[in-house]
Design a protein around this ligand. Structure first.
Ligand code: FAD
Length: 394
């Protein structure tokens, strides 16, 4: 039987997070250290300091590496409460890609690697970057198209190639780059993709450009990067050579789900703002929420929020049972990303002209949430994979 009822400790923690975000983080939402390429690193550090003082930092990381050690159901409640504000994820150190990288390092890295990178990451002292996607026909929805190559050169690998849409790399504070590349032996034999761990400052790695994108919620934005004879000592490979795609799957199922949890929090806030407006704003003799055209949009939002939460919790529960949850996380990712996009879109509509101004967080949420239907697998790719499973009776 599925039991979603949270323990008393978890209820208390969720309440603490909700109060912390409302009292400490919401008042910072108009901090001027935010622009089209995201919040500045100094703002992130101020937010992390607040999260640390409150004892709420990195709730998903294991206790031994500096986190609170929550399971997936715990994350579901706490992440939603934290992301009531667009700055809440930074304050609790649960922003992508750092959040997913914590999980990946915890599951695959050696103790030495964990000490070097997982500990400072969990303590909010560094940010991390995940390099997979490529321009010019390389790795994207289909990662097997990867062109970046890491060649075995004796005691190290040498990486050459180009990637783009690499989040977070365009600002100070990066202490770890996780680079995926096709691996070749000394004799040129293909060994499959591997993951490599490199410090923040990497000789031979260059940011070619910072992309101008419709979202603006990532410290360090999204960049195009080149690797020109980047040398990685062999003890900085993550796990075993050739197992990169398997490790990417370990990272993906929980990472998809935590996107659902975070966006749920922000969509709930948008709905609150829309409901307040619909109660206050009078047109044609009554509050606009009493006109069916508006009231039904608010009702549809409640349905989408409710089902998005159920889908997220169900998948969290499955992962907590020790199952891989690949199929469920894929289903949840498609449904939740599309349901919450509908919610935020309706909120813009209910707010009228106010909805397209930056006077509420609805406008930035509308811009930021669009990419959720693309990253960690576009909706169509998830549907295609599901359809393939259906047709072969899997
Ligand atoms: C905001 C944001 C942040 C990102 N951050 C990172 C990051 O930090 N690191 C990183 O490595 N990458 C990152 N990405 C890249 C992201 O992972 C890719 O955009 C995603 O995997 C899709 O790849 P693509 O952009 O190359 O799209 P393409 O592979 O070119 O696909 C284009 C479209 O084709 C359609 N399509 C593809 N395959 C199928 C199919 N089988 N059936 C039906 N339709 C299909 C889909 O509609 C898809 O949207 C980020 C992307 C965004 C938008």
């Amino acid at each position: 039987m599925i039991d979603f009822s949270p323990s008393e400790d978890l209820q208390a923690l969720t309440k603490k997070v909700a109060n912390f975000v409302r009292e400490e983080i919401v008042p910072m939402e108009n901090d001027p250290r935010q622009g089209p390429h995201g919040p500045e690193e100094s703002l992130r550090q101020d937010l992390v300091s607040k999260g640390r003082e409150a004892g709420l930092l990195t709730p998903h990381a294991p206790v031994e590496w500096g986190g609170l050690g929550l399971d997936n159901m715990g994350n579901a409640l706490v992440f939603e409460a934290a992301c009531y504000s667009p700055l809440g994820a930074l304050a609790l150190n649960i922003q992508a890609p750092d959040e997913g990288n914590v999980h990946l390092l915890d599951k695959v890295a050696t103790d030495e690697q964990k000490d070097r990178w997982l500990r400072p990451l969990s303590e909010g002292r560094i940010r991390t970057v995940f390099h997979m996607t490529e321009p010019d026909g390389g790795a994207g929805s289909d990662p097997s198209l990867m062109k970046t190559v890491a060649k075995d050169d004796g005691d190290s690998y040498v990486i050459n190639g180009r990637k783009w849409l690499i989040s977070g790399i365009g600002a100070p504070g990066v202490g770890l780059n996780i680079i995926m590349a096709k691996t070749e032996s000394v004799s040129g034999e293909e060994l499959g993709a591997s993951m490599f761990l490199l410090d923040g400052d990497v000789p031979g790695m260059k940011i070619v450009r910072t992309l101008d994108t419709m979202d603006s919620n990532t410290v360090g934005a999204h960049c195009e990067v080149t690797y020109d004879d980047v040398r990685v000592p062999k003890d900085q490979i993550l796990g075993e050579p050739g197992k990169g795609f398997r490790y990417a799957q370990i990272r993906l199922a929980p990472a998809r789900l935590t996107h659902c949890m975070r966006w749920l929090g922000q969509a709930v806030r948008c709905q609150e703002i829309a409901v307040d407006y619909a109660r206050e704003r009078v047109a044609f003799g009554k509050p606009i929420g009493e006109h069916e055209g508006v009231g039904f949009q608010l009702a549809d939002n409640e349905t989408d929020l409710h089902l998005a939460r159920l889908s997220t919790w169900h998948c969290a529960w499955i992962l907590d049972q020790g199952q891989k949850g690949r199929r469920e996380s894929s289903l949840a990712k498609v449904f939740v990303s599309e349901a919450l996009s509908r919610v935020v879109d309706r909120c813009v509509q209910v707010l009228g002209g106010l909805g397209i101004t930056a006077d509420t967080i609805v406008e930035r949420t509308y811009r930021d949430i669009r990419a959720f239907r693309i990253y960690d697998g576009p909706s169509e790719v998830h549907r295609w994979a599901q359809a393939r499973d259906i047709m072969r009776g899997a």
